[in-house]
Write a protein that binds this ligand. Sequence first.
Ligand SMILES: [Zn+2]
Length: 201
Amino acid sequence: MLPARLTRLIHLLSRLPGVGEKTAQRFALSMVANRELAIDLSQGLHDLAEFIRPCDVCGNLAEISEDGDARCQICLDQRRASALLCIVQRIQDLMAIERSGAMRGRYFVLGKLLSPLDGVGPEELPLEKLRARIQSDRISEVILATPTSVDGEATALFLARELEALGVTVSRIASGIPHGGELEFADQITLGRAIDGRRSL
Ligand SMILES: [Zn+2]
């Protein structure tokens, strides 16, 4: 019924999270009606694929520089406390904590959580990279801001033991984040208090 190229675009759009077939169709048709938006979007997507990747240091999103490195704005910011490190699961969690304004240090994005039930063990965490970072940046305090879910707590406990062995002060964000709650959806004040009220493990 539709031109093949349009069908292909609808199929691609429907692969995005939260976008079903109908929404994908609506997006595609609205771009047929707005060619300028279609061109701007295609340029934006091209730039994303070409120039954006996780920061080499912390895993936050960064722009790739001319020499091929990727350093995010937080890692480049000299005013940030370099000895204070906040460990999060995902970039969205980092963004939520940044919005709270309570974190003056830097970050490390784990990517994964331990999950014994799903067979995700310690070997799948980027431990070597984390240890190297702690040594090279002379990190003295780590705040564990993994989610308050079972997997998030298990990961925090595991990391606390690993990191304390390196002589680092380790603390866990305070309660206030509902159990199982995603940091991303906590309001800024709650998240700010959770960081200010962190407790040692
Ligand atoms: Zn970074």
